[in-house]
Design a protein around this ligand. Structure first.
Ligand SMILES: *[C@@H]1O[C@H](CO)[C@@H](O)[C@H](O)[C@H]1NC(C)=O
Ligand SMILES: *[C@@H]1O[C@H](CO)[C@@H](O)[C@H](O)[C@H]1NC(C)=O
Ligand SMILES: *[C@@H]1O[C@H](CO)[C@@H](O)[C@H](O)[C@H]1NC(C)=O
Ligand SMILES: *[C@@H]1O[C@H](CO)[C@@H](O)[C@H](O)[C@H]1NC(C)=O
Ligand SMILES: *[C@@H]1O[C@H](CO)[C@@H](O)[C@H](O)[C@H]1NC(C)=O
Ligand SMILES: *[C@@H]1O[C@H](CO)[C@@H](O)[C@H](O)[C@H]1NC(C)=O
Length: 331
């Protein structure tokens, strides 16, 4: 009799679990277990950063982990937004791309600095002919973005890179730029970006249709160097820091934060002190250099329909004035 009751109870629990899974659209009961989870603990920093008031969750883990990204998404509301700011209709793309990565750790296992001084190096032409390289290399964490080169610009921007944020259209494909000790972070704007990562990591054939510019056709980074940025970070940048509207009028292209502002938002979540360099557009001269490398000029930025540069400049001015961040290019 007792055994009967136990059996009924257990099958009820099992049924409840299966129904729960069906109801919530998860299929954990038949999925193979996923191994990739956060391994290295991040050392806690006990003092409060100057910019703490800007954040809802300081020390939010910024990279997606295969083992729990859906849980984290529902905890922080990323399951209610579509890409680029959430996983709502693209969870499967995230899952497949994450299945090819080997780590979602923030810092490496030898890391022993609890409160980190970080520098976010923008790609602005203002860094041209400056000699900030040595200064930049002296930070605990150096965040760079897109294809802003170190090679050939060591005096201007330094030689070390802790993190580099990228998307398929902006990532290096020439191995001379490989940075074997860096972590590179994919910012996914569309499902295709996740498919692109998955295809390059499975040696699949890459179809470059659907990108706004030809994407990289090969990866110069090893799978254990690659992370996927939690869309929560970009959502914070867009809605909480830049105060973008949630809906744009139909005749307007939605505006998204530039990689530079996303990088600063990331820094706010992992650093104790944030300095910036190379964040400056000179609109008074459209022929002035846009970047510290290459030949692009400001005219390229003034045509940009995807970003709201005005909002970003106001934001930068504000956080510098309030001493939340320090403008290195000023010193
Ligand atoms: C940087 O230096 C080079 C060579 O001295 C010069 O031709 C160029 O105009 C300078 N660029 C800027 C932005 O000052
Ligand atoms: C990467 O790190 C190792 C170990 O710290 C070091 O020996 C090596 O020189 C570094 N390589 C580069 C390219 O920075
Ligand atoms: C912008 O460029 C113009 C023309 O080169 C220059 O005169 C001006 O000083 C620059 N402004 C700033 C703020 O750098
Ligand atoms: C920039 O322009 C110079 C001179 O026109 C050219 O030699 C150089 O290859 C160009 N660099 C790039 C990155 O396009
Ligand atoms: C850009 O941001 C500024 C400041 O927040 C705002 O006044 C302006 O309407 C925005 N422009 C566009 C095109 O969204
Ligand atoms: C940083 O300082 C430089 C030099 O004063 C200035 O031109 C630039 O606009 C500042 N950057 C920002 C983002 O305000």
């Amino acid at each position: 009799m007792r055994g009967y009751l136990v059996a009924i109870f257990l099958s009820a629990v099992f049924l409840y679990y299966v129904l729960h899974c069906i109801l919530w659209g998860t299929n954990v009961y038949w999925m193979p277990p996923v191994e990739m989870k956060q391994r290295n603990r991040v050392l806690p920093c006990l003092s409060k950063p100057a910019f703490a008031s800007l954040l809802r969750y300081h020390e939010f883990h910024p990279f997606l982990c295969a083992s729990d990204f859906k849980k984290i998404a529902s905890m922080y509301g990323s399951d209610k937004f579509d890409l680029p700011y959430g996983i709502k209709t693209s969870a499967e793309y995230f899952r497949v791309a994450l299945s090819k990565l080997q780590s979602c750790d923030l810092f490496d296992e030898f890391d022993n600095v609890p409160c980190k001084r970080c520098v976010v190096v923008g790609n602005g032409g203002i860094l041209k002919n400056k000699t900030l390289g040595e200064k930049i290399d002296s930070y605990d964490v150096i965040i760079r973005m897109n294809n802003g080169p170190v090679l050939g610009h060591e005096e201007e921007v330094g030689r070390k890179t802790t993190f580099r944020l990228f998307y398929p259209e902006s990532v290096f494909s020439d191995p001379i730029h490989s940075e074997p000790n860096s972590t590179v972070i994919l910012i996914a704007f569309k499902p295709l970006d996740l498919k692109w990562l998955w295809e390059l990591l499975t040696d699949g054939k890459l179809n470059s249709r659907g990108f706004w510019k030809k994407p990289a056709l090969n990866l110069i980074y090893k799978p254990d160097q690659i992370r996927i940025l939690d869309p929560f970070i970009i959502r914070m940048a867009a809605y909480e820091l830049l105060h973008f509207p949630k809906v744009f009028p139909p005749h307007q292209k939605p505006k998204h934060p530039t990689t530079g502002i996303i990088a600063i938002t990331l820094a706010f979540h992992i650093c104790h002190e944030v300095h910036v360099a190379g964040f400056k557009y000179n609109f008074s001269d459209i022929r002035s250099p846009l970047h510290y490398y290459g030949n692009a000029t400001m005219s390229l930025m003034s045509q940009n329909a995807y970003h709201n540069v005005t909002a970003e400049q106001l934001f930068l001015k504000d956080i510098i004035e309030k001493n939340y961040v320090i403008n290195l290019t000023q010193e």
